[in-house]
Design a protein around this ligand. Sequence first.
Ligand code: HGY
Ligand code: MN
Ligand code: MN
Ligand code: MN
Length: 415
Amino acid sequence: MTQRIALADQGEQLLADLEALSGLVDDSLPGWTRSALTELDVEGRHWVLARMKDAGLDARIDAAGNVIGVLKGDGSARGRIMTGSHTDTVLSGGRFDGNVGVASALEVVRTLRASGITLAHDLVVIDFFNEEVNPYGLSCVGSRALTGGLTAAHLRAQNQEGVAFGEALAVARVDPNRLNEAVMDLSDVIAYVELHVEQGPNLEAQGTQIGLVTDITGVAPFRSIFKGRQDHAGTTPMNIRRDAGCAAAGTVLAVEAIASEHETSRGTSGSITFTPDAVNVVNEAAEVWGEFRSPDAEWITHARERLLEAAHAEGAKRGVEVELEWLASEEPVPMSEPLTAITTQVVSDMGLSHTRMYSGAGHDAAFMALQVPTAMIFVPSHDGRSHCPDEFTESADILAGAEVLLNTIVEISGR
Ligand code: HGY
Ligand code: MN
Ligand code: MN
Ligand code: MN
């Protein structure tokens, strides 16, 4: 039975940090918005840098915009332990997604120092840059860069205005020509553990306090462009129109239909734009950005083929040209069973109810898991809501999750 270590100051500073982060947002939008590739996000990551330094970490921002702090161990064990998450948000998002993992990692450091506990291993705390899908269709930019997964093709990805992602990095104070300097040799990392809100309904529905993630969903984002002919809405007979908007709408419904055939699959067309987008004009062009998700890589492959067929069929019956490209797709990723067993033992010792579960949300942990033993700890999301202003997690659940993170790291380090 491990001796449970309680958070310093009962987690008061952790909650204060979350409150402060929720104040660094774009107030012109509902909910909480701190999009990557904005001045606000730069301010947010510099706030994290300062908090890391306040907590006694040797901290820096790497060439990919990741904020990285190191708490030296006593050197008696080889290797490093890593923990963290992200602090960027979706548009009109919540204040817990990502932030809970970064604020809790800071609390772990403060508690270790306040308790006079020196780990055997160095502890690396990280706030990953740009975890949420950006206007170039790319997510997990910082964790891809750190794990060597960011490619020149990613930098060429364009937004709806045709601007390449590599050009957009300047606003984030990231130099695309130096990204390779962010690649970290992870061969000595014995564990990466990420605390995150579940963003789904399961824990609260089951009345369970802690989720232990078994695997993280595969994601296949796409961009589709439809080109028809602009016409008068009143004088153009239906049978001679080349309505790009209708071809796009048919494709959106195809995404929904394909994903609805399978219990664990998800299909979302999150962004659709019409051109010229006027009430009395048949749209000449349309653009749909969306994604499929599933724990089953084979299903994703099959769904991609079917959507391509469906989109082209929607175009063909209207004389609309269709282009559909798949963006940075990711396979489903299993978490480390041995590491999850340690976390499970810690949670049991702490007397917290817990369950194993799949993550329908993507995470930086999915990229870390490709190279190092990785585990994720979930805490409940009220009503299962996330990526929306109603996203909410009780403070007591956050503090319990942070304490699990703390005791798991201490257990891994053999203290
Ligand atoms: O989109 C996701 O699943 C994650 O919240 N970035
Ligand atoms: Mn998110
Ligand atoms: Mn997240
Ligand atoms: Mn994440």
